[in-house]
Design a protein. Structure first.
Length: 187
């Protein structure tokens, strides 16, 4: 009986520490030091939340920049990659289909950046390489009437460099590009 009571007391104390105190303290610290990140790195435009810096959105309009494809269909409750081996017939066919769609929507494209035809590991990568964004410029220019030089300047102004100067590659957030594009022209 004595051991049972000890076990219950230890369980209650650990539940309070691990289930209540620790989460409240870490949430408080995060909200104090990194409030934007703790709230989901939300992107606002005209006072309304339009997305997150961390999640790609499904974009169908030919007048906007398109993100990488998503095996999760951009549903944030089902984060996943395709789990296909690069040598599998399904993967090769999927890439070929993506290339066909890309060429249909962007007939002037010559060199196809890999991130325009491959999905990310999570299915939500919000970023493209600057080259992948610039490959879409002729289509967007044709559809919106905005000059290619102006579109390239928008891409350049939104390009983020490597983290700490050494990690990753230069990248551009597709949602932020599209918000800037929507400010330039009424779509």
């Amino acid at each position: 009986m004595r051991m049972t009571l000890t076990a219950i007391r230890v369980s209650v104390v650990l539940m309070l520490i691990c289930g209540l105190i620790y989460p409240l303290v870490t949430t408080g610290i995060a909200q104090t030091i990194f409030p934007k990140q703790a709230d989901g790195s939300l992107i606002q435009s005209s006072g309304a939340v339009v997305g997150s810096e961390l999640l790609a959105q499904n974009v169908q309009s030919p007048k906007l920049f398109h993100p990488r494809s998503s095996a999760a269909k951009y549903d944030p409750t089902t984060s996943m990659g395709s789990n296909m081996a690069v040598a599998s017939e399904g993967y090769v066919k999927g890439i070929a289909d993506q290339v066909d769609v890309l060429k249909k929507n962007n007939p002037n494209i010559k060199d196809i950046p890999a991130d325009l035809v491959t999905g990310s590991g999570s299915g939500f990568d919000p970023d493209l390489t600057p080259e992948a964004a610039k490959a879409q410029v002729p289509r967007i220019s044709r559809e919106t009437g905005i000059g290619e030089q102006q579109l390239n300047q928008i891409i350049d102004s939104h390009t983020k460099s490597r983290q700490l100067g050494i990690f990753g590659e230069p990248r551009v957030n597709v949602t932020e590009l599209n918000i800037e594009l929507l400010k330039q022209v009424k779509l």
